[in-house]
Write a protein that binds this ligand. Structure first.
Ligand code: ATP
Ligand code: MG
Length: 418
């Protein structure tokens, strides 16, 4: 027996119904806000993620599925969506069209992490990206898309945390203060963080190690060092969120794990999830396109973990409607009836009527049980007698009411009844 790789999941029915439901609601919301779908490859050249995510990040340092293909090129299974979407935007010269560009994506991501609840090696994200505008209302819109989605799924008690992490103008001054502080507390930091102090001190703020977190609690906060432009942008975001009744908590310690973020950073959490409690997170990345394609294109987006969303729905006791039913179940008795019914079966389906039949040689009683199990609206009973008289018995499974219908008109008659 060969099992699935560690950290991967099979999604079987009825769970797959839930996935479809979640994705269709997401698509409804994305369309409502006028976002269009983009599909990028599942793998990219490794360099894209090294540059686009940043060498000093957990993802690039530890979590990527990287391998050489048969012509010795380094390939990586995508660990997240943004770098690919930006690459595609640049490669296809979408910047030449009217802006902003608003995209969404849904699909699997791959990270080599220790599997646990809410953390897998192949997991699924849905996310949005907006390119071309620096308007803080866009930041508010991106957050609104996510919060509206949470609302239509019926989720409650979620917390939105926001922060601003500055820009290349104001961040260096802050980073200097931060480095000094971290160097003064060096002995309390983990080995990774010690290494990161000088290379990428912002990453230390994101470390999950407890003693590092204690140091981080006392660290200087970037929102105290914002330049005029970043401060105005952040104030504007807050006003716009208030204006559309979205509650938020300012978390001065919030930095995203990825290097390319500027200004707005945000996360939405459900505390009931335990250690892996972030459902979605995102922020502005005005410097990413330059990093990847030497072109200035402001951008902002979020990514949401679908598995964590499903865990949250389950924890909050929200039932996802599963529509498992057929319109017609054809019950047959005898070989002639089987042949005639198989023809009818296809005719039903060609009319868009969901029909099913027995392929397991069940008795009439067994076929009726199948019809029940499949939640059939009607069963049609066809035996030798019915064939001879050209009349089939149609039973309404809810009321138990039966009627005889001319077999030649069966499909049309039932079409009218449904
Ligand atoms: P975490 O701090 O939990 O590792 P992250 O900062 O690495 O999260 P992002 O890169 O921002 O996460 O990804 C966005 C979302 O994708 C997360 O908020 C989470 O819902 C989901 N996610 C990230 N990694 C995993 C994983 N390994 N398994 C399942 N979901 C994940
Ligand atoms: Mg992570």
């Amino acid at each position: 027996m060969i099992n699935a790789p560690r950290g991967t999941n099979d999604i079987l029915p009825p769970q797959s119904f839930k996935w479809n439901y979640i994705e269709s609601k997401a698509k409804y919301i994305f369309d409502l806000y006028n976002y269009e779908e983009i599909r990028t490859p599942i793998f990219e050249y490794t360099e894209l993620f090294q540059r686009g995510i940043g060498e000093e990040t957990d993802i690039v340092e530890k979590e990527m599925y990287t391998f050489e293909d048969k012509s010795n090129r380094s390939i990586t299974l995508r660990p997240e969506g943004t770098a690919s979407v930006v690459r595609s935007f640049l490669e296809n010269k979408i910047y030449g069209k009217a802006q902003p560009t608003k995209y969404y994506y849904i699909g699997p991501m791959f990270r080599y992490e220790r599997p646990q609840s809410g953390r897998y090696r192949q997991f699924n994200q849905l996310g949005i990206e907006v390119f071309g505008s620096q308007d803080p209302r866009v930041d508010a819109e991106v957050i609104a898309v996510g919060m509206h989605y949470m609302d239509i799924l019926g989720l409650e008690d979620l917390s939105l945390y926001i922060n601003s992490i500055g820009c290349p103008k104001c961040r260096p001054k802050y980073l200097k203060k931060l480095k000094d502080y971290l160097n003064n507390n060096r002995d309390k930091l983990c080995e990774d963080c010690k290494r990161r102090i000088n290379k990428n001190p912002l990453r230390v703020l994101d470390c999950k190690n407890e003693s590092c977190q204690q140091v981080v609690d006392g660290a200087p906060k970037i929102i105290d060092y914002l330049c005029e432009e970043c401060e105005v942008h952040f104030d504007n975001l807050k006003e716009n969120l208030q204006n559309i009744n979205i509650d938020f908590i300012i978390d001065p310690g919030l930095v995203r794990g990825l290097d390319y973020y500027t200004k707005t950073a945000f996360e939405v959490k459900y505390e009931g999830l335990g250690a892996q409690d972030t459902i979605f997170g995102g922020g502005r990345y005005d410097r990413l396109a330059e990093e990847i394609g030497k072109r200035y294109v402001p951008g902002i987006g979020f990514a949401l973990g679908i598995e964590r969303l499903l865990l949250t729905l389950k924890q909050q006791g929200i039932e996802i409607p599963i529509d498992k039913s057929v319109d017609i179940y054809l019950t047959t008795i005898g070989e002639k009836a089987e042949i005639a019914s198989f023809k009818l079966l296809e005719e039903f389906r060609r009319k868009g009527i969901k029909a099913e039949i027995d392929y397991m040689n069940r008795s009439v009683g067994g076929q009726m049980k199948s019809a029940d199990r499949m939640n059939a609206t009607y069963t049609v009973i066809i035996g030798e007698n019915e064939l001879e008289n050209k009349r089939a018995t149609v039973r309404n499974m809810k009321s138990g009411e039966e009627q005889e219908i001319d077999i030649d008109n069966l499909v049309n008659s039932i079409e009218k009844m449904i």
